[in-house]
Design a binder for this molecule. Structure first.
Ligand code: F6P
Length: 363
């Protein structure tokens, strides 16, 4: 049965293209299906505190190219695990959330989110709510889709950073280390590294050693290349240690925040090689600003498909890109699985064939 009114949330970390999805959902809901849309602010927090606003045509015009999300986002709130006043324990407030939705006459929910938010969406679906998910994250780590919304924009920003570091590295004959995001996967590092011609790419999926990285850089010097660009994913595992953790966000469903591996790699290489090393942490720049044309098109396709699924009376699914098509996949099939870079896959092989060092070769 087609719902008359649906809710929408932008949950988890923001990324370019979320507003473009909201625009597509609201416009297609009105144009094609006669469905009203209600937005909830700050991800699941707004559903818990009943902080909502009706979303009509005027609210979503002119937001296509705007980065971030007009609804606000949060990567902390889990309705199944809400901290009590003093933070010493947690309570399940999912029933209260469902009651809020029914008070609003809302018969379906679109969750625009990454893996953590999709897990929550799936649990709400198991309690009877009609949920449709839109996979977004710059990390590109959601299983069940060829690509997530926001990844292309982050990859473009990281590629531009590699390009810019190239010229200054070459002028000063230095090693430049660029740390990019991606949580426990190396998609941004790998693809920005390939696109920008990074000389060394370090990702969580390919364990590396400093001697092998240094050997690769010495080889370049022998060939007359007196500078090197090293692109390192924030989740890359340091030899003899683990991933570098920057902070723990206690009240977040996924408390670990990575960061700092760029500095660790830079210092280790400076000790092994007679060259100056500088490092850059690209950070949240990768999540800001307007989406690329690819992400705008993907956002429109995902948004139209998500409201289309609810209009068809379908729920418990995620819209996904499979080759040339947008399809619906069961949410449960995606949840709890991480889409990592295949270390033996074609992209890594391509990078190796053009001489990229992954630091795993025997010295
Ligand atoms: O999941 C997106 C992401 O940007 C990761 O790449 C990064 O590790 C994390 O979020 C940063 O989280 P926060 O915005 O809480 O610092």
């Amino acid at each position: 049965m087609t719902p008359r009114r649906v809710g929408v949330v932008t949950a988890g970390g923001d990324c370019p293209g979320m507003n473009a999805v909201l625009r597509a959902v609201v416009k297609a809901a009105a144009h094609e299906h006669g469905i009203e849309v209600v937005g909830f602010r700050d991800g699941f927090a707004g559903l818990l505190s009943d902080d909502s606003l009706p979303l009509g045509f005027d609210d979503v015009s002119d937001i296509l190219v705007q980065g971030g999300t007009i609804l606000g986002a949060s990567n902390k709130d889990d309705p199944f695990r809400v901290p009590t006043g003093d933070g010493s324990s947690y309570v399940d407030r999912s029933d209260a959330l469902l009651a809020t939705l029914s008070r609003h006459g809302i018969e379906g929910l679109i969750v625009i989110g990454g893996d953590g938010s999709l897990r929550i969406a799936d649990r709400l679906g198991a309690k009877g709510l009609a949920v449709v998910a839109v996979p977004k994250t710059i990390d590109n780590d959601v299983a069940g889709t060829d690509i997530t919304l926001g990844f292309d924009s982050a990859r473009a920003i990281a590629t531009e950073a590699v390009d810019r570091l190239h010229t200054t590295a070459a002028s000063h004959h230095r090693l430049m280390v660029l740390e990019v995001m991606g949580r426990n996967t190396g998609w941004i590092a790998l693809e920005a590294g390939i696109a920008g011609g990074g000389d060394v790419i370090l990702i969580p999926e390919v364990p590396f050693g400093y001697d092998a990285v240094a050997a690769g850089i010495r080889d370049r010097v022998k060939r007359g290349r007196r500078f090197s660009i090293i692109v390192v994913a924030e989740g890359a595992t340091c030899p003899g240690g683990g991933a570098v953790v920057r902070r723990l966000v206690k009240d977040s469903p996924e408390p670990v925040r990575l960061g700092g591996v760029g500095a660790v790699v830079a210092h280790a290489l400076e000790a092994l090689l007679p060259y100056e090393v500088r490092y850059v942490v690209l950070g949240h720049v990768q999540r800001g600003g307007p989406p690329t044309a690819f992400d705008r098109v993907l956002a429109a396709r995902f948004g139209v498909a998500a409201i289309g699924a609810l209009a068809d009376g379908e729920a418990g699914c995620m819209v996904a890109l499979h080759g040339p098509r947008i399809e619906r996949v069961p949410l449960a099939e995606s949840v709890g699985r991480t889409r990592s870079v295949d270390p033996a896959g074609e992209r890594v092989q391509v990078a190796r064939r053009v001489g990229t060092v992954f630091g795993d070769e025997p010295v």
